[in-house]
Design a protein around this ligand. Structure first.
Ligand SMILES: [Zn+2]
Length: 559
């Protein structure tokens, strides 16, 4: 007996296609959306292919679920990276960060961003459930006898199993074309590379390659030193001197009491400035041109030309001029170590054990700073790389440090409430400010050591700068690194000298950009070399400000 014919229902297939398209559109645009959908076409076409065997039907459900969810996850991750970092996953910033991360940092990142992650996981979970239900409606063909039995068989999608379909030739031909089209797309390399499975496998490989490339950059360092010697740098100041360069992480100057913040986050630095107002220049309008560590560091060390072949690197330049250079760091960071730290004569990295939060407090570096200051070398450049307030904020101060900002509703809290910032953002702000309080202790201590340890009659300078800023509910409900808001770029920058400098009082009011830091540090080191560019040292009379090109709109650099 021939089974009755019923038209297969189109809506499950359309619903599946709609879900997949929704996620693809999240992470791709333009032609790429179409390419992605063509890559997904065979899976969708298979849904419309009448299969007979129960086993094949089940295998198809699993395969279609896997395919659609791979595309969905791809779309979500891409959308997240685009929103947070304005970058594709294979962009230099994201790939560099992935290659450079370690288990501890990933853990801290997740601790900080688990809300977003949980939200997207919930969305993917719900979509996965819907897709699984829809796959039950995959087209099936059975004999009359089987059809009768199948009506009782529990197979999830009751509706589908009862549909009897005799395939029409035209329909089958259309499906064959769809399969062929999809297969063709898979055969083309530029198309295939977009397939989530291929793309993300390649992505992990690329990050691994990058890490391997970083693992030994000795040749590049040798070349940098040679290049520095070729420029014949000289020290134009007679006698011994020491310059301490403190580079911190993720400090937004808007949260420093020293810069007028409503919470007293910098009692020690403020006291230092009151004590020696003429010797301590707080640059009020300091900006980073990068929102993350790697590019910021490259810019600061390489005079704002991180990729130019003929650009100098500050460290070998100082060494070639006769300085002994230290790099001491609380970062466990392969790229920074290979590209910068190892250019120094002495490298001290105190944060070698991932996961040991106690060992990663910046205060651990103070002994190293003291030892370097006591070193008898005539000329010294001491670079101190702090974790500052890098997320996760709670790990940036000792567990025993009470948070003075979390009990009463103060002006800062009221302002955040007025801006309708959610409670979790306000909570992060309190942690951030407490991290700054500990940071103030460490930074002020490095200044105090510079003032009091070793050969005090010599020339001494101390510079403090952050690699980039941080968004903690300033301009959006976002917390963390922030390429898309001005807060991601607003940094503190302070210069102290033991001799009263002849700076005009207006120096502190000049806008400053961190990618020009090298020129100012060279001034403090009294370096002179072939290829020096005038106008970029913020302390010099001939300083000529040029606004940087940032990915965000900045109303005024004098803000
Ligand atoms: Zn950073």
């Amino acid at each position: 007996m021939k089974p009755a014919l019923r038209r297969p229902k189109a809506w499950p297939l359309l619903a599946l296609a709609a879900i997949a398209t929704g996620f693809v559109v999240l992470g791709h645009d333009g032609r790429r959306v179409a390419q992605m959908l063509v890559l997904l076409l065979p899976a969708l076409a298979w849904m419309a292919w009448p299969v007979r065997s129960v086993a094949v039907h089940r295998a198809r459900r699993v395969a279609v679920l896997a395919a659609v969810m791979a595309f969905a996850a791809d779309g979500v991750v891409r959308a997240y990276l685009l929103d947070t970092y304005q970058s594709a996953p294979d962009g230099a910033v994201v790939l560099g960060a992935l290659a450079n991360t370690n288990a501890r940092e990933s853990g801290e990142y997740l601790q900080m961003h688990w809300r977003t992650a949980a939200l997207w996981c919930a969305v993917l979970g719900a979509a996965g459930y819907a897709v699984w239900r829809l796959t039950a409606h995959g087209l099936r063909r059975r004999s009359a006898a089987a059809a009768g039995a199948a009506n009782d068989a529990a197979d999830g999608g009751a509706a589908a199993t009862r549909v009897e379909v005799a395939p029409r030739r035209a329909w089958l031909a259309l499906l064959v074309v769809a399969f062929a089209f999809g297969a063709l797309a898979h055969a083309s390399k530029p198309w295939r590379r977009l397939h989530p499975v291929v793309f993300w496998t390649q992505w992990v490989d690329d990050a691994g390659d990058l890490r391997t490339a970083w693992a030994d950059q000795q040749r590049m360092r040798d070349a940098a030193l040679q290049h520095a010697h070729a420029a014949a740098p000289q020290v134009t100041r007679a006698g011994p001197s020491t310059v301490v360069l403190v580079i911190t992480d993720s400090i937004n100057r808007d949260n420093l009491g020293l810069y007028g913040y409503g919470r007293n986050t910098t009692p020690r630095l403020a006291a230092a400035q009151r004590r020696e107002p003429q010797q301590m220049t707080v640059l009020r309008h300091a900006w980073s041109v990068d929102a993350s560590t790697l590019p910021a560091m490259a810019n600061m060390m390489r005079f704002g030309q991180p990729t130019a072949a003929d650009a100098q690197h500050l460290l070998p330049l100082a060494r070639a001029a006769g300085y002994k250079v230290w790099w001491m760091s609380n970062h466990d960071d392969v790229a920074i170590e290979q590209q910068h730290a190892r250019l120094a004569d002495e490298v001290e990295i105190v944060n070698r054990v991932p996961g040991r939060a106690s060992a990663s407090l910046d205060g651990e570096l103070l002994d190293c700073v003291q030892e370097a200051l006591e070193d008898p070398a005539e000329r010294k450049l001491i670079v101190v790389h702090l974790l500052g307030a890098h997320p996760h904020y709670r790990l940036r101060f000792p567990g025993t440090q009470e948070n003075p900002f979390d009990d009463a509703v103060d002006a800062v809290e009221s302002e955040l409430i007025a801006k309708a910032r959610p409670a979790w953002v306000r909570r992060f702000r309190q942690d951030y400010d407490n991290a700054l309080l500990y940071h103030d202790f460490v930074v002020a201590e490095t200044l105090q050591l510079t003032r009091t340890v070793g050969r005090l009659a010599e020339y001494r300078a101390w510079v403090y700068v952050s690699d980039h800023g941080q968004e903690v509910g300033h301009g959006s409900d976002h917390v963390g690194h922030s390429p898309s808001t001005a807060s991601g770029y607003r940094i503190p920058a302070i210069v102290w000298r033991n001799q009263v400098p002849a700076d005009a009082p207006s120096v502190a009011e000049r806008p400053f950009r961190a990618d020009w830091l090298g020129w100012t540090v060279s001034d403090l080191l009294a370096l002179q070399w072939k290829g020096q560019v005038a106008g970029r040292d913020v302390l010099a009379d001939d300083y000529r400000w040029e606004a940087p090109v940032l990915p965000v709109k900045v109303r005024s650099y004098l803000d």
